[in-house]
Write a protein that binds this ligand. Sequence first.
Ligand SMILES: [Zn+2]
Length: 355
Amino acid sequence: MKYQVPRYLGIQDVQRTKKNSYVLNVGFSDHLSKKVQVDSEAMEVLKFFLQAKTANAAKKNFSWSDAKTQEVLEGLKTAKLLVEVPKRPKKYERYDRHSLFYQLGDLNGLEAQKILSQKKVALIGAGGIGNWVGLNLIGAGFKEIRIIDFDRVELTNLTRQVLFDEKDLGKLKTEVAAKALQKKNTQTKVRPVEMKVTSAKELKKVLKGMDFVILSADRPEKIHDWVDEACQALQIPYLNIGYRDGEGVVGPMTVPGKTSCYQCFKSQTSEDKTKDHSSAEIQNLFDDRYQAPSFGPLNALVSTVGSLEVIKYFTGLGELRSLDTEISVNALTLEWRHHSYHRDAHCWHCQSDSL
Ligand SMILES: [Zn+2]
């Protein structure tokens, strides 16, 4: 095992205070920066460990006893000035900067990457959000990304659906997106599934074996109910990502057996209203000409926050914020809101004994 002063730890300046004493001003941000006082001997040890070295090499270099070696290493590790550097398989080389980020979040960078490389994620919807989430996930090194959609690329998609080009007009989104993503990382299997979802039963077939589902389709009208039903039956967590007027929405993240489900959510957000014929007709007329405004930067923003939540879910990085919570951002004011939902103790869906 080798040890090294963490590569993510930057240094602002070093001041020599006395003949044998230095103050290191390390880190650049409020949450990481600190002043570390070291004597000249400790400074030599830090300098030694700027490159990855074994404990034995340090023992030999400084003529320490075993006990002294252990004591120095433990002290530096506790002060977060030294981390273990595991032997990294060559296939993980490309994830080096991500691994450093996981280290920054107090994880073992290699272990976090190993976890991701074993997870399969399905994207329901290959539109503005599916495109950006796909980009984030292919970079992060998942085992498989399965893209489910039936649409073809249109001219009006090109403002935000970043995996498509003008030459792709008329082609299947799943095929074009899969090809574009696959080119970026051959370690991840990218599987396009051309499918117009019409029931939870169909979804169950295509989602079987997946470890996570991203829902970014808002049609057909029942899609959220079907995804909820399929994921509940298969015990797969899923995350809703979308937009509503000028707001981008991430969450809630639904984890079967742990969080509220969509049916709990629905009962807290809507009332059952019976409509007369004329009201229904007006509603249909409005719905028929409705076109959701979809904006590139907002798509990117919520997709990226959603991707971050998925990585956090699997690795334990930082803090998950979308469990039982809808995170929304107003694109016009950049105001973020967190709206919490609780699990309905009498929910017919997630509290059912048959699960
Ligand atoms: Zn429920």
